[in-house]
Design a protein around this ligand. Structure first.
Ligand SMILES: Nc1ncnc2c1ncn2[C@@H]1O[C@H](COP(=O)(O)OP(=O)(O)O)[C@@H](O)[C@H]1O
Ligand SMILES: [Mg+2]
Length: 349
């Protein structure tokens, strides 16, 4: 079992974790030039005229000009830098800032298990913790009994929806024993009918960005992410899910978009279910805003957090807090720099 973290102590482990994240951001950027090449060329080959630039010009801008400014080639197309002002966008290279701001904040958001315990201790609404699997000791610690027929198992440290499985409540134990990482088991969320109607094959969550300014906590932006038939039961954008713009003031849904790799198209209806979400309001929107702010107050050591929040018929529940939140899901709709420029993201070095 993991020891409870001492929040004031910065360990060698914290320094190493930070270094690893820093280099992941750098390495994630460097090879993008090569691995993004084939799908970019495939996506723009027949359609490059719509960008109103010649084919060689597009390639020069995507693979050299804006790359030198820190943007991945795919970001050039996702953020429409062929016509939009790049200065309003945060390039991939600056995602490292997110890692720097939170570098000394410890493990609390890196481990889904520690995070979950912290939420439960503070009565913050979250799906039930069913069990924790310690792979070294091959030991399952049981917590609550699930009410739902399904559970979800997730690697304790992981991201992007990788390694997640949805299983029957009465036979998850066998699956855990074959795992070679620590796992948490959670009750499978029964989502609100509004979200289930958009796409029932995954729990569709709101991704929220909150920042801390001295002792003031601010709600910056949110998008709704929905799964696709191809996104393996989760809604993560990197698994091909949709990111739908939410009007910050009203909670009304606008256009949805997918990652450039999965076809950079705009949607007013869900591409698999046909459900028309455009101009519809998210249920419990004000409660969602309040929940993300009150949750951040329990994690004051983090300057910026990306929250995954699901909605049930009773209201919002927190799935996860991310300490190096990706900005793609927001920036495919609009540049985030104006919103971040006066926050810790740019003011802290
Ligand atoms: N308890 C749950 N019930 C149903 N779906 C869930 C649950 N927890 C997570 N999911 C789905 O899996 C996705 C990824 O889960 P998350 O905990 O955010 O892990 P990751 O770090 O891989 O993003 C969520 O956005 C949601 O679609
Ligand atoms: Mg997540």
């Amino acid at each position: 079992m993991k020891a409870e973290p001492d929040l004031n102590r910065i360990t060698l482990h914290d320094h190493l974790a930070h270094l690893k994240e820093y280099w992941l951001a750098v390495y994630g950027f460097a090879p993008s030039m090569i691995y993004e090449g084939p799908y970019i060329i495939k996506n723009i080959k027949g359609t490059y005229k719509k960008y109103k630039k010649s084919f060689p010009r597009l390639l020069y801008e995507a693979f050299f000009k804006y790359y030198m400014l820190g943007f991945k080639p795919s970001e050039y197309f996702e953020y429409q830098l062929y016509k939009n002002d790049y200065k309003t966008y945060v390039p991939m290279m600056e995602l490292i800032k997110g890692s720097k701001i939170n570098r000394m904040a410890g493990d609390l958001l890196a481990s889904k298990y520690l995070f979950k315990k912290k939420l439960l201790e503070n009565n913050i609404s979250a799906p039930k913790l069913i069990a924790f699997y310690n792979h070294k000791g091959k030991k399952i610690t049981h917590y609550e009994k699930p009410d739902n027929k399904k559970v979800i198992i997730k690697p304790d440290t992981g991201g992007g929806g990788r390694g997640i499985k949805i299983l029957e409540s009465d036979n998850y134990k066998e699956s855990l024993k074959s795992m070679n990482r620590d796992y948490i088991v959670e009750e499978y969320i029964k989502q609100h009918s509004f979200l289930n109607n958009i796409f029932p094959g995954a729990v569709n969550s709101i991704r929220i960005l909150t920042v801390k300014e001295k002792n003031n906590y601010k709600f910056l932006k949110s998008v709704l992410r929905t799964g696709r038939n191809t996104s393996k039961g989760v809604d993560n954008f990197s698994q091909g899910g949709l990111s739908i713009k939410i009007d910050t003031e009203t909670g009304v849904l606008k256009h949805g978009k997918t990652h450039f790799k999965h076809g950079d198209l705009e949607h007013k209806t869900h591409p698999d279910t046909g459900f028309n979400f455009y101009n519809k309001k998210i249920p419990f929107y004000d409660e969602i805003k309040k929940l993300s702010i009150s949750a951040h107050k329990h994690f004051p050591m983090f300057g910026i957090v990306g929250w995954d929040i699901a909605i049930t018929k009773k209201g919002p529940v927190i799935i996860e807090g991310n300490r190096i939140p990706g900005l793609f899901v927001y920036q495919i709709h609009e540049g985030m720099k104006p919103y971040l420029i006066d926050t810790v993201y740019y003011t802290e070095t």
